[in-house]
Design a protein around this ligand. Structure first.
Ligand code: NAP
Length: 342
């Protein structure tokens, strides 16, 4: 288990961010660029895709688990931006299904150009279920998300070299990672973290989401460390949070009526989906600097310091252990996928 940030400190940070930081909508030029946004049929992903089309991207790929929902999202974007139909493509991708991720990775390999990927799809649920070989949140928010990142990396590199661009890959994490501690590590002892995380009796109800976002950050930092930005690999990799935003994220978490009450109270501090989606786009803007971004966690549009659950000796040990297990698992799910890392 790692040491999380104290609840009081987190609360103050959240209040400061939500009430006092003004977030402008993105204005960077994406002309000619191809960008993939996962989970873009609704919520922040949809608004990010809408901004990208507005900002001149040549192709925006909506990677969604339901193609029907994706087509409806594409229609809504085209209507609001008055762009032509061929700007948007809808591709199937289910992060809870490894075969779907492998097929998506193959399809990405056939693209002529790829400038940026926003790995946005994610879930937050209190229900226990499994997808593939893990609890569903763990599969979707971590294993699936990281596999997508590894499978798009070769195309981002190739395209960056071909077109002379610095390409970008961002993973949508959460500021809640600061209070994540992976309590299941206690039960794991010196055994497998995945086994402990996959035991229903070990799960602490509200912990799973922050835990998965902390584990995702551990993995993103490792990918960035093992994929430095070089002329051979001109790809800037980051993890980011849009802060608390209005979206459908809590759809499964609590009864509808309770959700409506919470959202109307929380609504006072939540960012709009349009602003939150814009923050996803800012993380992959073409002029993102390497030094400030690669391997970093972005909050309020800038690099934020790591919490004790990343920087402390305990946090570092946990990250090392988890990454060893995760990357070994990914190699069995998709042989060769981790070979893109040094
Ligand atoms: N909203 C916030 O306050 C907030 C704060 C920090 C971070 N985030 C992060 O932002 C990201 C987007 O969340 P959101 O707030 O926009 O929530 P949302 O409205 O619920 O959107 C989530 C998106 O992810 C997709 N998705 C879920 N499971 C998937 C799967 N197995 N395969 C592929 N796509 C899947 C959903 O598709 P379906 O419609 O098909 O389910 C939907 O498009 C998430 O990673 C979330 O953790 C959100």
């Amino acid at each position: 288990m790692s040491t999380p940030m104290g609840g009081g400190q987190f609360f103050l940070m959240l209040m400061k961010s939500q009430f006092f930081v003004k977030i402008p909508l993105p204005t960077s030029d994406f002309t000619g660029q191809t960008v993939i946004v996962t989970g873009s049929n609704t919520g922040l992903g949809l608004e990010a895709a809408r901004h990208l089309v507005r900002l001149g991207a040549a192709k925006v790929i909506l990677a969604v688990r339901s193609v029907d929902k994706g087509e409806r999202a594409a229609e809504s974007i085209l209507k609001s931006t008055e762009k032509t139909k061929n700007v948007i493509e809808v591709w199937q991708l289910d992060l809870g299904n490894y075969e779907s991720i492998r097929a998506f990775g193959k399809r990405v390999g056939g693209l002529e150009r790829l400038d940026a990927v926003i790995q946005n799809a994610g879930i937050n649920t209190l229900e226990w279920s499994t997808a593939e070989d893990n609890e569903t949140t763990l599969t979707v928010n971590v294993v699936g998300a990281v596999l997508v990142g590894l499978l798009v990396l070769p195309k981002l590199r190739e395209s960056g070299k071909k077109f002379g661009t610095k390409n970008r890959l961002t993973f949508v994490g959460s500021d809640l990672h600061y209070v994540g501690s992976v309590k299941e590590a206690k039960q794991a002892g010196s055994g497998s973290l995945f086994d402990a995380l996959n035991k229903k009796q070990n799960r602490k109800l509200f912990d799973r989401y922050p835990t998965t976002k902390l584990l995702l950050l551990y993995a993103v930092r490792e990918i960035a460390r093992r994929s430095p930005v070089t002329p051979e690999s001109p790809v800037i990799i980051s993890c980011m949070t849009p802060g608390a935003c209005k979206s459908d994220l809590m759809r499964d978490e609590i009864p509808k009526i309770v959700r409506i009450i919470i959202q109307s109270i929380m609504g006072l501090m939540m960012r709009s989906t349009e602003v939150g989606g814009g923050m996803l786009v800012d993380a992959v803007r073409p002029d993102r600097g390497i030094e400030e971004t690669h391997g970093a966690f972005l909050q309020d549009l800038k690099v934020f310091p790591n919490g004790p659950n990343v920087e402390s000796a305990k946090g570092q040990d946990l990250a090392k252990r988890f990454n060893e297990e995760l990357f070994a698992k990914l190699e069995t799910i998709s042989p060769g996928s981790t070979g893109v890392l040094q």
